[in-house]
Design a protein around this ligand. Structure first.
Ligand code: HEC
Length: 156
């Protein structure tokens, strides 16, 4: 009986994606395309990840957004680098990767947060990340509705 239960539990625990895969996939992200207004360290009026941020997305994301897709396809990745008050010193880096079937209730996004050295702080189905991003009306993406300003004093 014990063995049977164990076998069932293991069988259900299918690993769809890992933080190591994410780290590999985002290599060289600083050469990826950037959403208009989010290149260079720009003020984040929200400030959750830091006072200044910069955002990149991969080709899969760019193509889907350009085509006006309401939801991002498998393989879509977005990366956001946060900077401290000086707008130069990198603090944490956050990323989200669409993994079909990974978290159906939370848009199938795999979340990852790394410190300035690239060490993973948190990853996977992170409810704190999904909880806030769920406010988006565009598949958990926040930048499309976030104000783009050149100075923090311009934030609404
Ligand atoms: C309280 C709200 C909030 C929480 C919690 C949050 N985010 Fe965000 N996130 C935002 C906002 C707002 C933006 C848009 C850019 C900005 O204003 O900084 C954003 C942008 C992003 C982006 C760029 C793509 C996009 O959606 O615009 C990534 C990647 C990201 N967040 C990852 C994460 C990860 C990983 C976590 C959890 C560790 C997380 N976020 C937690 C509010 C949040």
């Amino acid at each position: 009986m014990m063995m049977l239960l164990l076998a069932c539990a293991v069988g259900k625990d299918v690993v769809l994606y890992t933080v190591e895969e994410l780290q590999e996939e985002i290599e060289g992200y600083e050469d990826w395309a950037q959403p208009a207004g989010w290149g260079g360290a720009v003020p984040s009026c929200d400030g959750t990840h830091g006072p200044f941020v910069e955002i990149w997305y991969n080709a899969v994301t760019l193509q889907a957004l350009s085509a006006g897709e309401p939801t991002m396809p498998e393989g879509a990745i977005l990366v956001k680098q946060a900077f401290s008050d000086d707008g130069i010193t990198k603090t944490s880096m956050t990323t989200m990767r669409k993994v079909s079937g990974f978290a159906p209730d939370d848009g199938d996004w795999f979340w990852g947060q790394f410190d300035a050295d690239g060490t993973a702080l948190t990853s996977g189905a992170v409810s704190g990340c999904a909880g806030c991003h769920a406010a988006s009306d565009q598949d958990f993406l926040m930048f499309p509705d976030s104000p783009v300003v050149s100075d923090p004093s311009e934030c609404p």
